[in-house]
Design a protein around this ligand. Sequence first.
Ligand SMILES: N[C@@H](CCC(=O)N[C@@H](CS)C(=O)NCC(=O)O)C(=O)O
Length: 142
Amino acid sequence: MSAGTAGADRFSGRAAAGLSADHTTTRMTRPKLFLLKPSFPDPKAGPGLFHCPHSAAVEGLLSFHPELRERLEVRYVDFARPRQEVIAELGEAHQVCPVLVLPPGVQGPVPGRSAEGRSFFVGSPEIAGFLAQWAGTSLPHS
Ligand SMILES: N[C@@H](CCC(=O)N[C@@H](CS)C(=O)NCC(=O)O)C(=O)O
């Protein structure tokens, strides 16, 4: 197995998604966080394997504040489009990741973007800002 394949495999299972055994009772009420799996090819960007810097920054927040994995449903999706799991929440036009999607009808403590009746936050600064207000996690220092 290549290093790239091993890296991607780390993010494909339930354990990697941070789902607890009783997640079925709470998954409808938890915000969903979609991160891009690392080590993907992108011929348009050049040779080699890539990761998404925004997803890496949000992954870092999950490491700094592990309680977030209990409060969020963390999903890892492929870089290649279509990103079906994201489309199922926000529609075809909104596939950019990382994205944090609030449950239907829920408005967050800070205004987000809006599609399909859902409030959502795109990219690491927006997601970190939401999490700081909603979960009390640290703010990015500039
Ligand atoms: N540019 C985004 C930040 C996130 C981002 O650029 N994500 C990239 C991957 S690193 C992405 O999903 N691009 C769309 C695509 O590759 O289809 C923003 O609106 O803040």
